[in-house]
Design a protein around this ligand. Structure first.
Ligand code: NAP
Length: 251
């Protein structure tokens, strides 16, 4: 593969939930490969501004927009605002923002059920539905699912699993719907990744590592490498794919 095929110069990208963790790693790498990146976030204005400053210090181009995607109007307005800041053009959409909350049926609260559905399913749908009219031919949609998009291997995760299965379903449908514009749509399905939401040094993490054949957590930068590849010209024939990055956990 020629390195030129990974280049994202003159491309524009939105990364939802880009202020921290996996989203921030994706934003940094897309910008390093040449894309102009708009990140969205919910609460972490300071973290978002810090990331934008880091990207700019490294010679990249980036901006941040506050948009809580659990609110349909905010998801739509935030996406429009991001596209506007990118000059009205969009090539790459990374639907990363998501939450994982655990509880068995009969125990999980209605609030938690609704929050996960609103952010992980409705937020992804409305962000994409808004972005789509701006997405250029040959564009890329990369959804961040989970190994829970394929299996529910731990107890208490039926709702999170349901939402991530829904993202896999949307991915396949959109891959068909958008193929005529040469837009590819794929879902990246991380296993345990060392983030604010799932730190690799917690007590729970030790148990999780014991069922990962590679014996460790993945790093946000490793997920970002896969996302940047799928965003690149090199990946033009990959669409509708569910791609695990899980240290062989589901093998
Ligand atoms: N970490 C893992 O082990 C793992 C494994 C599989 C899949 N995933 C998936 O990977 C994605 C990122 O996970 P992560 O571990 O990096 O999470 P994280 O550390 O909690 O970071 C979440 C990011 O999403 C943003 N966000 C959360 N709720 C939002 C909302 N309502 N509107 C807009 N932005 C919102 C946060 O913004 P603020 O900073 O403003 O809060 C933050 O930037 C999620 O879809 C998750 O399901 C993670």
């Amino acid at each position: 593969m020629s390195l030129q095929n990974l280049d994202l110069t003159n491309k524009t990208a939105i990364v939802t939930g880009g202020s921290r963790s996996i989203g921030a790693a994706c934003a940094k790498l897309l910008a390093a490969r040449g894309a102009t990146v708009a990140i969205t976030y919910s609460n972490s204005a300071e973290r978002a501004e810090q990331l934008i400053a880091e990207i700019k210090a490294d010679g990249g181009k980036a901006c941040a927009v506050q948009a809580d995607i659990s609110d349909i109007a905010a998801a739509k307005a935030g996406t429009e605002q991001a596209v506007k800041l990118l000059g009205g053009q969009l090539d790459i959409l990374v639907n990363n923002a998501g939450v994982a909350e655990h509880g068995a049926i009969g125990e999980l609260s209605d609030e938690s059920f609704n929050r996960q559905v609103k952010i992980n399913i409705e937020g992804v749908w409305h962000t994409t539905a808004t972005a789509i009219s701006h997405l250029n031919n040959g564009g890329r949609i990369i959804n961040i699912g989970s190994f829970f998009s394929e299996r529910v291997p731990f107890p208490g995760a039926s709702v999170y699993g349901m939402t991530k299965h829904a993202v896999a379903g949307m991915t396949k449908g959109w891959a068909r719907d958008l193929a005529s514009k040469s837009i590819t749509v794929n879902i990246v399905q991380p296993g345990p990744i060392n983030t604010d939401a799932n730190p690799e040094d917690s007590e729970r993490a030790e148990k999780i590592k014991s069922v990962v054949p590679l014996g460790r957590y993945g790093q946000p930068s490793e997920v970002a490498e896969l996302v940047a590849f799928l965003a690149s010209p090199a990946a033009a024939y990959i669409s509708g794919a569910q791609i695990l990055i899980d240290g062989a956990m589901l093998a």
